[in-house]
Design a protein around this ligand. Structure first.
Ligand SMILES: [Zn+2]
Length: 242
């Protein structure tokens, strides 16, 4: 039985997993964005949200987007964590820059929305190959679910058909790990996204942004923006722990 210690803001940390550069022909061509995951140090074990880009190998995503992938075990070690400490992996969605190093964590279940999993399986692309290599153990979720005390996944469909965010209840307020629910804090604030981040369902995407705002979060963090959205702090400096 996990202790009931309340989570704090210091329990939520970014994991620096490298960067990708939009290829020629993309609306954001030439722009480089960081790739982050997040680690939540829960009393029951570390929960890792997204695993970044996988090892470079032949394949159009990796060729076109020139990823600089950081090994996730190295990134975790910088935070004083080991891969073995990870009890559970949440994939916000199954794009190649969010689940590329899942194979490092075959000891842990991968929490994914069922509709996202079914869509990826239907496409049988490079991402699916990574899973087959990983012999992944999925925990498929339909909508909102508490995964540990103080931690839950919530559906934020739109960027992909089964995108989800992670909601962390801390002693100072709600923190949302938004994945790609918006491409940046600015995009989240404005409820508009760049052409390069065109969602699979734009109407549903906007609805998801509003649902996250309705949680009255203290801060919302995204995978491709080092700046956090902060309640009442539009334009302010990013919070130290964000
Ligand atoms: Zn992404």
């Amino acid at each position: 039985m996990a202790s009931s210690r309340t989570l704090t803001l210091a329990d939520v940390r970014r994991v620096d997993l490298g960067a990708v550069t939009a290829p020629p022909g993309d609306p954001d061509a030439g722009s480089t964005v960081p790739v982050h995951g997040f680690a939540v140090t829960h009393p029951a074990g570390v929960v890792l949200i997204d695993t970044g880009v996988g090892e470079p190998r032949p394949g159009s995503f990796v060729r076109d987007w020139r990823p600089v992938a950081r090994r996730i075990d190295v990134a975790l070690a910088e935070l004083g964590l080991a891969a073995a400490d990870v009890r559970m992996v949440v994939n916000t969605h199954l794009h190649w820059d969010h689940c590329g190093q899942n194979a490092v964590f075959t000891h842990a279940p991968f929490v994914v929305q069922r509709r996202e999993h079914e869509t990826a399986r239907g496409r049988q692309g490079i991402v699916w190959e990574w899973f087959e290599v990983a012999h992944a153990r999925f925990e498929l979720v339909d909508g909102e679910r508490e995964i540990l005390p103080g931690l839950r996944v919530v559906p934020t469909y739109g960027h992909t058909v089964g995108h989800q965010a992670v909601v962390v209840e801390t002693d100072q307020g709600t923190v949302v790990l938004g994945g790609d629910a918006a491409d940046s804090a600015q995009s989240f604030a404005a409820e508009d996204c760049s052409l390069g981040a065109e969602p699979e369902d734009r109407a549903r995407w906007r609805e998801a942004v509003r649902q996250v705002k309705a949680l009255d979060p203290l801060r919302v963090l995204f995978c491709h923006d080092p700046t956090a959205w902060q309640r009442g702090g539009d334009g302010g400096p990013p919070p130290a722990a964000g």
